[in-house]
Design a protein around this ligand. Structure first.
Ligand SMILES: [Zn+2]
Length: 145
């Protein structure tokens, strides 16, 4: 392997044993998310389940989160341990320009960190109905999956 690169091995969870080869040592994240290949995206009349790379119209997806293990001496490669599966929801707010915010909502919430701090928030018409809690949205996503 070239200098400055390493292999990442995932331990536990849904991707146990999966190896990512030749990752740059200089950009190794503390957390590593494996995103589901299915996601919910908005349509003109609501939302729908899609497969493949997320489009700009994404609303929610699952990501399996792995956390970097302390480096063990004399061992080649890095190990990441399964932490939990995150339900990633897109922030439901509109930006000042009227576009849908591109950030992810804070865990268990409907809005991103920035919009969560604002007193007044204009929700996007493309987002999930605001009377649904993140838990209820997650349930609908599970049923569609
Ligand atoms: Zn936002």
């Amino acid at each position: 392997m070239p200098r400055g690169y390493t292999d990442i091995t995932l331990k536990g969870g849904p991707h146990d044993g999966k190896v990512y080869s030749q990752m740059s040592l200089y950009h190794l994240p503390e957390r590593f998310g494996v995103e589901d290949d299915k996601y919910i995206g908005f349509t003109k009349n609501g939302f729908s389940l899609y497969k493949g790379e997320r489009s700009r119209a994404w609303l929610a997806y699952y990501a399996d989160c792995y956390v970097k293990r302390e480096n063990e001496k004399h061992k080649a490669g890095m190990v990441y341990d399964f932490e939990k599966t995150h339900f990633v929801l897109r922030c439901g707010a509109n930006t000042k320009k009227g576009n849908m915010c591109k950030n992810s909502a804070i865990e268990g919430g409907r809005l991103c960190d920035i919009h969560n701090k604002l007193e007044q928030v204009e929700y996007s018409k493309y987002t999930f109905p605001t009377n649904l809690t993140p838990k209820q949205i997650q349930k609908q996503f599970r049923e569609k999956n």
